[in-house]
Write a protein that binds this ligand. Structure first.
Ligand code: ASP
Length: 327
């Protein structure tokens, strides 16, 4: 008995010492999509903003892409719960619960929630080769040619897939577009610019600079109202304004650690995240790309988890209504 007690005590002391010295080696943020895309961009900007609050720690971003983000998420769920392997993922944390029949992780059971990062609108885009220039022309063109066109996305569970299929379902196309899955919307964007694919819906964090440079055509934003505060995106109508009643899709990103990461470590990570979310440079970089850094109680682990639990329920209804998501 004495031995057991002594062992438990020494583990506690070692755990406390471990947490105190955290971080003492590089931290890896796993991004479950290709490098250069919108999730990757958020993670890299955040890594830069969290470095100072974590005592100048080295934070590296690793891209573990595939299967709509679920490969990277599985990797983090199974990683050593020591705070050195983290996940930055988006709404897929909630949508995949309804989209996949079998997942290797449970969203609400296999992670420590560290806090939400941002809310991000999406934009409906076409390749520069599409003959349409306004949303109305775009919708009519897709209606007439849907069966011959391709929709690019980042896999089942990606925002581009969710948004693209929600839009097709909302406009009730007779013939839906052929969907083409990529490992992230960075490579998908390259093919959209090159005209190898025709349509994509993606986060403003990926699309704003391409729209500004005239490399793609933008037709609408997915928020309920137009983005009147943004110097470029304010010029595009919302899908609701264009007659798609109730269409309202804003996605979000959050940060996670494997279940079992010591509470002292998750506290340090959440503290650093909260400092980063108030960093004017981070806020400004995000705003320039149409993203809003979270300021409400979702920045706390409990608020974050409650929000994701609610999103799982809401998205189930949306996904069932869109009805075309078989894996
Ligand atoms: N925007 C992508 C998606 O559709 C993912 C990415 O490449 O960040 O989910």
């Amino acid at each position: 008995m004495k031995k057991v007690l002594a062992l438990a005590l020494s583990t506690l002391v070692a755990g406390g010492a471990f947490a105190q010295s955290f971080p003492s080696k590089p931290i890896t943020i796993v991004v479950p999509f290709a490098a250069g895309g919108p999730t990757d961009l958020v993670a890299r900007q955040l890594a830069e903003a969290m470095r100072g609050p974590l005592g100048g720690a080295t934070i590296v971003v690793e891209n573990a892409a595939g299967a709509g983000g679920t490969i990277g998420a599985t990797k983090v769920a199974r990683a050593q719960p020591d705070g050195y392997t983290l996940l930055v993922w988006h709404i897929g944390m909630a949508s995949t619960a309804s989209l996949y029949r079998r997942l290797q992780f449970k969203a609400l059971e296999d992670f420590e929630y560290l806090g939400m990062i941002n809310d991000v609108p999406m934009t409906l885009l076409g390749s520069p080769k599409l003959p349409a220039n306004t949303y109305r022309d775009f919708e009519n063109y897709i209606r007439a040619n849907g069966g011959k066109l391709n929709l690019a996305h980042a896999g089942l569970g990606s925002t581009s897939h969710l948004c693209g299929l929600m839009w097709q379902s909302a406009v009730k196309l007779d013939k839906s577009m052929t969907t083409i899955a990529y490992r992230g919307t960075a490579p998908a964007m390259n093919d959209l610019i090159g005209g190898q694919v025709d349509v994509m819906c993606d986060q403003t964090t990926n699309t704003t600079s391409q729209i500004e440079a005239g490399r793609v055509k933008a037709f609408a934003v997915t928020t309920a109202k137009p983005l009147s505060g943004h110097k470029l995106l304010k010029d595009y109508p919302s899908l609701q304004e264009m007659g798609l009643k109730d269409f309202n899709l804003t996605i979000w990103h959050g940060m996670y650690a494997p279940k079992g990461t010591p509470a002292e470590v998750t506290k340090k990570l959440n503290d650093a995240l909260q400092v980063a979310l108030k960093d004017p440079d981070f806020i400004q970089k995000q705003a320039a790309l149409g993203a809003m850094v979270v300021t409400d109680n979702r920045v706390s682990p409990a608020g974050h988890k409650a929000f994701v639990a609610d999103q799982i329920t809401r998205l189930k209804t949306v996904i069932e209504a869109a009805g075309q998501f078989a894996d």
